[in-house]
Design a protein. Structure first.
Length: 737
């Protein structure tokens, strides 16, 4: 490999060390002339700096090698995938052609590179995790599991380099993406070690205070925890040795993320979590004696410590879908503390830690084969597009994290479902039509309702009726993403049909009554009545909750009032005008916004729903009227992200905040004219702040005032707010949206 000018001395040493480690790890799968071919291809590429530093200063070639090492050593990918990973960037930069790759290596290598390029294209088009591209991203993953594995390795590498990222916003975006997409994927693929690291790093970046709080607590309690683990392990070790079993037994502290999840779920602080660690017994057993040795160890431990039968998990008899095998028991240890114990063999432990890597090793499965069940699950999660992107993400994450149960059809076929699945989930798992018509079930020969929760080993028969249709309350008890998606889809289709009929009905009635109501007038009326969507309005008409004639009369009356108000506009007083303060619209003067990918000079307007000012965290929203800039805390932000995530683009301030921005503050305090005088005095003394208007009301000994001011930026506003909060008698200072 040729030295490159972008290597520092330290980076050069590190690179060659990692390169030797990588070729060593791949020694069994690499062909004889692969290494010379790679060097020959990459020699001119490195000189062209295709692997140059990114905007964070991270060396691209080092990142590539680090990712390849994770993919090889932690995941188990071999020659074909690693060649594609190493050569992908030169193809992306057009330094090497895809035809050249195919000629030099194989069509399989070029196929993986093409699929990586498709994924890269989605990211290049600003694939936010809440955008419609999320669907396409998962579909591209579902085409080839190797693409998922390479992306998981790359995201783990980037998370480890998180501190090197210069922009906090970029680090947060990566951590959120990892939390919603890549950690669940790693979990589903059995990559538990990687999954735990991804979750911990995500928490570290998304909620650093909580991360370090738990980390510090773990460090503080380490000594007492180690003493207790020793007290538990010593007698167990002695008893296991008497049987002649060879084993390794140790205590393992649970991940920071899992502890944080338990704290939230159980609504307790750190001191309230008792199972901070688990004991793991790893047996060195011959393949034919694995299960018997595990059950023997189980018998010894449960003879010594009282087990909790409700918290036993047997993944020996029926392993998880991703290959996980183990016995989990919870026993009452010394000092009457519940302790989780995991019993497995070395082979099982390697599968539990490395997932597919070990599965391929022990089963002899080549990386290009298998995993059809997993890919089927991904495709099933994407079957319909009726859910919003954020809904899909939540269901995707939740569904992939679920533990599994195994149940039987009447013909004896085995079906895998998530823990908590009901008879209705089972019906939808068989077929969507059976689910839609399900009225009850028979579990182990007994009649049960559709909401009956299933257990491992149940045999289920579904009872259907042609008159049955999906109900909205079904969503409150189904547990699988497939059932939820199908129910939502059916409900939306039914609501759309009902709304269309109601729309035709109201249009006929308007025509028969010969009244003049146009579409904009009807939309204003629907909004005034408080309906969230037009469909909700038509459904209210259909259900009889809103009388058609009443709706028409009210709409005509509202339209007449609007016309009358318009006629009187010129008579409005100056006081009314001043009270209705609108935020100043900003064009490209000295306060510059950088929109999307470092683009400047684009026309935009500041949204009046949240009145952003220079320095506020903001985002752009593409509307029919152009780009509107909203604050991150805008009251409409959540709705926009959920429904129109694909329209959201990044935006940030640049330059200096010199334009005047109008902000309205709401101040509550004791009803004393002296306090108001002090408030106006503080405002007048503040640099880059001017008072525009005041409106004061007194109620029950308190004054509530709105103060319209002009400020230069958010930091000036924050400073002023703190000073106003310090005025004696002031109880609250808040910024109105």
């Amino acid at each position: 490999m040729e030295e490159s000018k972008f290597f520092t001395e330290e980076e050069k040493k590190l690179f060659f060390s990692k390169y030797r480690e990588l070729t060593g790890a791949l020694s069994e799968s690499l062909e004889k002339d692969d290494a010379p071919k790679i060097r020959q291809l990459l020699k001119p590429v490195v000189a062209m700096e295709c692997y140059g530093r990114d905007h964070n200063g991270i060396n691209g070639l080092l990142r590539n090698i680090e990712t390849a090492l994770i993919a090889t050593k932690d995941i188990g990918l071999k020659r074909t995938s690693i060649l594609a990973l190493i050569l992908y960037r030169p193809v992306l930069k057009k330094a090497i052609s895809i035809e050249e790759i195919e000629k030099t290596f194989s069509a399989e290598v070029s196929l993986i590179i093409n699929r990586l390029l498709k994924t890269s294209d989605l990211y290049a088009r600003n694939t936010a995790i809440n955008s419609d591209n999320f669907h396409h991203l998962l579909f591209s993953f579902a085409e080839d599991v190797r693409v998922i594995l390479i992306m998981i390795a790359d995201r783990l590498c980037m998370m480890r380099l998180g501190k090197a990222m210069t922009e906090e916003k970029e680090r947060m975006r990566l951590a959120t993406e990892v939390s919603y997409i890549y950690a669940p994927l790693a979990h589903r693929l059995g990559l538990y070690k990687i999954k735990s690291e991804l979750e911990d790093l995500s928490l570290k970046y998304l909620d650093p205070n909580q991360y370090y709080r738990i980390k510090d607590k773990l460090n503080e309690t380490k000594r007492s925890r180690d003493e207790y683990i020793g007290k538990f392990i010593d007698p167990v070790s002695r008893e296991l040795e008497k049987t002649g079993l060879t084993f390794d037994i140790k205590g393992r502290t649970k991940s920071i993320h899992s502890i944080n999840t338990k704290m939230k779920k159980q609504k307790v602080d750190f001191e309230g979590i008792y199972d901070l660690f688990a004991i793991r017994v790893v047996l060195n057993s011959a393949p034919e004696k694995e299960r018997s040795d595990c059950w023997q160890a189980f018998s010894i431990i449960t003879d010594m410590y009282q087990p909790n039968p409700k918290r036993m998990r047997d993944w020996l008899s029926v392993p998880k879908g991703n290959g996980y095998e183990s016995l989990h028991i919870t026993v009452l240890g010394p000092s009457k503390r519940w302790v989780e114990v995991q019993i497995r063999t070395q082979r099982m432990d390697e599968i539990a830690e490395k997932g597919l890597a070990a599965h391929w090793k022990y089963k002899g499965v080549h990386e290009e084969r298998g995993l059809d069940d997993f890919l089927a699950d991904v495709r099933a999660a994407l079957e319909n597009r009726s859910s919003t992107p954020m809904d899909l993400m939540r269901e995707f994450k939740t569904d992939f994290y679920q533990d599994e149960i195994y149940v039987f059809t009447p013909t004896g076929d085995l079906l895998k479902l998530g823990v908590g699945a009901t008879v209705l989930d089972f019906a939808f798992a068989i077929h969507s039509k059976i689910g839609s018509r399900c009225i009850s079930g028979k579990v182990n020969g007994k009649n049960v309702p559709i909401r009956h929760v299933l257990n491992n080993g149940d045999s289920i028969e579904v009872v259907t009726s042609p008159a049955q249709t999906p109900k909205r309350d079904w969503l409150s008890f189904v547990a699988t993403a497939k059932a939820r998606n199908k129910i939502k889809q059916a409900l939306r289709e039914e609501e759309a049909r009902t709304a269309d009929l109601a729309k035709e009905q109201i249009q006929r009635r308007i025509k028969n009554r010969k009244v003049d109501i146009d579409e904009p007038s009807l939309m204003r009326y629907i909004k005034k009545k408080g309906f969230k969507t037009v469909t909700d309005f038509y459904l209210a008409i259909s259900d009889g909750k809103l009388d058609i004639n009443t709706a028409i009369d009210e709409c005509v009356e509202l339209e007449q009032k609007d016309r009358d108000a318009s006629d009187r506009t010129e008579l409005r007083s100056a006081e009314d005008f001043v009270a209705n303060i609108e935020a100043k619209e900003l064009s490209t003067h000295q306060d510059v916004l950088i929109i999307d990918k470092n683009l400047t000079g684009i026309d935009y307007k500041l949204a009046k729903c949240c009145n952003p000012i220079y320095g506020d965290p903001v985002f752009g929203f593409v509307s029919t009227a152009g780009i509107k800039i909203h604050r991150m805390t805008c009251p409409n932000a959540s709705e926009m992200r959920n429904r129109f995530g694909y329209r959201i683009i990044p935006a940030e301030w640049s330059g200096k905040g010199t334009s005047g921005y109008i902000v309205t503050l709401r101040i509550v305090g004791n009803d004393d004219i002296g306090i108001v005088t002090n408030i106006t005095s503080v405002i007048s003394k503040e640099n880059k702040v001017s008072l525009r208007s005041i409106n004061i009301d007194s109620v029950d000994g308190l004054f509530q005032g709105t103060f319209s001011i002009t400020v230069s930026d958010a930091s000036t506003l924050t400073s002023l707010t703190k000073k106003l909060q310090g005025v004696k008698g002031v109880k609250n200072v808040g910024r109105l949206q």
